[in-house]
Write a protein that binds this ligand. Structure first.
Ligand code: KG4
Ligand code: ZN
Length: 370
């Protein structure tokens, strides 16, 4: 993909970064030129390997990353037309996520860094999601700091004020399930295949969102935290009201539509609060960025675009393949870090938990004003 670059100028190959993503169930490798131009991107989803178990099995995921990383890297380098020696740095997701996959990906990246004698950049997966919208060409004229991020995926659900590289403030997060996880559990209750979000959205298109009065947890409460477990329980109780094994398709569609509407209402309400809090601190800011797999959901996008407009904000959602887990975002975070003086992190140990607002030791200290 060549987004937003005049074709007359060649990509900045001197700063090319190889990105590796292996924190969950996607094995992905990408090569970006120093100016952010995507030279190669490969993603191998493990959905087929995990579907029989109804969710991601960490051990299966780690083994699959191990099997696929080397061939994907070779393919990405060949597509980019670069040899290892021409890569300026290697960036690999080093947390948060499933520790087996993180160890595989980070150590693979460190091996390449040692072999090619290049810096290794350990990347926080959440930071990579947070910075994706700054990829040149995605937002008209480029996206400057600060902006508000709503990250909604299978493992994460949080509002982040993205103030600068390495400076993030979490304004609210889920108190229980992540929103994608809630979709997956709801879909399972409705007898839909995993991953449930896309299947549930599809079924909801046939349904009446007003038929079942499902709860809207935390709606109207101060703050911008989320909660979804009560909604899932209410859905389970509604399903239990039908004779066992006899949920008619029309009822399932109405339940799916009602569930999706409840989630969209909650997200819109929480976003309303988050935008108010964010705008009070950053009066000039006008951008809300949506990221994570749930960003694919059209009903949710529409609801959030409305709230954003009410606050004078516009909603940016990167193309879906860049919203879900991918290595382009990891390489891009590496490029941003490299530009700001991040140094090699060969001694960085992968972290299953790595909050975005944890102190950032990798960036060079800001220059002292004269
Ligand atoms: O970001 P992602 O690919 O992986 C991580 O969880 O990190 O997000 C996957 C999640 C799954 O829970 C999936 O059910 C949900 O995103 N999802 C959706 C839709 N597409 C994917 N949820 C609601 N509606 C969708 N269309
Ligand atoms: Zn993710």
């Amino acid at each position: 993909m060549q987004i937003g670059h005049p074709e007359t100028t060649g990509p900045d190959l001197s700063g090319a970064v190889l990105g590796i993503e292996s924190s969950c169930d996607e094995t992905a490798v990408a090569v970006l030129a120093g100016d952010g131009r995507i030279l190669a991107e490969t993603v191998l989803s493990q959905i087929g390997e995990h579907a029989p178990f109804g969710g991601v099995v960490p051990e299966v995921a780690a083994r699959a990353h191990l099997a696929h990383l080397a061939p994907l890297t070779e393919a990405a380098l060949a597509k980019a037309g670069l040899g290892g020696g021409e890569i300026a740095a290697i960036a690999a997701t080093s947390g948060p996520g499933l520790i087996g996959g993180l160890i595989v990906g980070a150590n693979f990246g460190k091996g390449l860094a040692l072999a090619w004698d290049k810096p290794f950049l350990p990347i926080n997966h959440l930071e990579a999601h947070a910075l994706t919208a700054r990829l040149p060409g995605l937002a008209e004229g480029g996206l400057a700091f600060p902006y508000l991020l709503l990250l909604v995926s299978g493992g994460h659900c949080q509002f982040v004020a993205v103030e600068a590289l390495g400076r993030y403030r979490v304004l609210g997060r889920t108190l229980d399930d992540a929103v994608g996880e809630a979709f997956d559990k709801a879909a399972k209750l409705l007898g839909l295949p995993w991953p449930g979000g896309p299947a549930l959205e599809c079924l909801a298109t046939e349904g009446d969102p007003a038929r079942f009065a499902l709860p809207r947890p935390l709606l109207g409460r101060p703050g911008c935290d989320f909660s979804f477990s009560g909604l899932k329980t209410a859905l389970a109780q509604s399903i239990a009201g039908f004779p066992s094994g006899a949920l008619p398709r029309a009822a399932a569609a109405d339940l799916a539509a009602s569930f999706q509407r409840a989630v969209a209402d909650v997200l819109a309400d929480r976003t309303d609060h988050a935008l108010a809090a964010f705008a009070a601190r950053h009066p000039g800011a006008t951008t809300l960025v949506l990221a994570g797999g749930v960003a694919a959901n059209q009903a949710i996008r529409a609801a959030l675009a409305l709230v954003a407009a009410r606050h004078g904000f516009h909603l940016i959602a990167p193309p879906l393949r860049l919203c879900t887990d991918n290595a382009v975002m990891v390489a891009w975070a590496g490029i941003e870090r490299l530009k700001c003086g991040a140094v090699s992190g060969l001694d960085h140990a992968p972290r299953p938990r790595w909050p975005l607002d944890a102190p950032d030791m990798a960036l060079a200290p800001a220059p002292v004003a004269a």
